[in-house]
Design a protein around this ligand. Sequence first.
Ligand code: NAD
Length: 302
Amino acid sequence: TADIIDGKAVAAGVIERVKGARNQLEAETGVRPGLAVVLVGEDPASRVYVRNKSLKAEECGFHSEQHSLSVETSETDLLALIQRLNADPAVHGILVQLPLPKHIDEKKVLLSVSPEKDVDGFHPINVGRLSAGARDEALMPCTPAGSIILMKHALGPNLSGLDAVVIGRSNIVGKPVVQLLLQENCTVTVAHRWTRDLPAICRRADILVAAVGQAQMVKGDWVKPGSCVIDVGINRIAAPEKGEGKTRIVGDVDFDGAVKVAGAITPVPGGVGPMTIALLMANTVTAAARLLGRPELAPIIV
Ligand code: NAD
């Protein structure tokens, strides 16, 4: 059976490096990294995410701000807040929690965040820097970067020449994972909703990344024996075994089937999930180090 990749433990290691870099940055510049998290509306899942991000920022010794706005906030007011945060020297990272209410243009909002403070890595400037291979200037999206760290944890630092298959081509996961794998010199196949004979394509993969949003879609017999499986999916399904009306979280991979075949696999929960928030903290220190003119103090994570 496969080695189970402990995302919590790897994420804790990233956080230790973030704290080290943060201490050095403060010792040399007198400035603490600052993260501002913006939430519009009352979505319960978003509130939990935002709270966890703010708590982790505090644990890392950052200056941490949370801006919770009412669901009726106008686009103009939200853009004005972002402009203030862009100009605020105490804030080095700005995160706008998605999704935004329907009356607000998400693209316009993401475009308004200063690319140097865009710790989610969603601004078109950072997307462009990533695809151009300008990693020294880019801020990398957190979930994709976290996925690469987990692969290297399982396979070692050199991924050159490996066959990688990514299922999913979203802007926030699939596409940036593809860009990062190309930079690691993998041979990359991108599969999506229109892909024909997905199981056969997956069976070629030395590295299989599932970012689909379909519970347990990838079956054990799609997995190449000995390969590394990274399950990005977070899906809630009914769990009658826990009691009536109960649910549980599963990935996009049928874990029980895949664990018998793979060489290494990430569990859900406890795999990619904890990496996302750790990389957000790393990006905040990186943004601070660059904005303070000390890019060499950025933590090297990926
Ligand atoms: P998305 O819906 O934007 O994209 C899904 C992609 O999967 C699309 O490109 C689509 O073409 C493809 N797809 C859908 N059905 C398919 C099928 N049957 N066969 C092949 N391809 C198919 O989703 P997303 O935002 O990229 O997120 C993907 C999953 O990752 C979700 O479960 C989400 O909850 C999870 N996620 C996890 C984290 C984390 O921190 N671990 C972060 C972001 C997203």
